[in-house]
Design a protein around this ligand. Sequence first.
Ligand code: SF4
Length: 343
Amino acid sequence: MRPDLFPFTREAQSLVRLKGHSIDDLISGRGFLPVRRRAVERVRGAIFGQIPEPPEAGYSQEVKDQVELLSYPLARVLVSCLDDESILRRYSLAEAKLCSQRMADCDPPDLLVLAQDLQMEPEIDGDLIWLHFTDYIRSASRFRHPRWKLVNRPLHRGRLTVTTEELRRLLEERVRDRVSQGLPVRMEGICQGLADLLKPLKEDLAARQALDRTDLGEVQEEAFPPCMRAMLDQLAGGVNLAHTARFALTSFLLNINMDVDRVVAVFNNSPDFDEERTRYQVQHICGSSGTRYRPPSCATMATYGNCPGENATCRHVRHPLSYYQRRMREGVPGIQSEEKRTD
Ligand code: SF4
């Protein structure tokens, strides 16, 4: 396992310590310019959804390995200095996705080494990969597709089998946790020294957040009730919605005639976005299994903590769809002034 390709591992961290470079070296040392460029590239990749592989051409392999290894801790400092909750989540996810691409070239024995570094203990037995169910659950409990449910996995003495592909997916979640650990990095006075690198990154982050405000086209977002707007705001901020909130938002959007593709796209900013899984869920709520679901009533929304509080219009309705219909009937302009009358 090459530490430069998996710089979040304990082995890679030990190697960085052995090299003995200080954070000040990385920030201002002349010889570390490629490290700074790559660190910025890592963070910019996280902002826009994907960290690119470094270019093949250019430096010697030895230098490229060093750049890849050292740019990781510097990127962690940069995302911390951006001081934005959403970029921390995006960064962990983007590093995990980069690792996932790299794992595609790993044989099962290499995956076992990586798994052990991530404190998972799979065992290979011929074509089978065995995992203890506690190792499995730690990552798989986040997945919503039925095939990941523990009840759908036969257990043998506390262990179950996964495919190589499934092991990679489980490891990806472990990587996300590993990258998240210790973020944000707090180092007194360090952000001022990074001002030149941070300025364009802040602009990128602001641009991305503006893009993330979901364009709902002919659907009138201004007529949305506070509960649905709050959920869209959370998605725009890269927050994973609770299951009940996902269901409420999805069923609401489908019931105001947004098509499946656009509803799926609404979720593409979720840290755990998986298009196949999301499409499956949206289609299910849309009626693919014979039942078309309606969003929960206001009372149920409140029970699950998904009602952020009533505004003036909420007082007249018992259902988020009624809120939307009422607003549309009234004509959307003027909403702002009424919203302010909340008491
Ligand atoms: S009262 Fe109903 S429509 Fe208003 S925010 Fe709560 S759940 Fe949404």
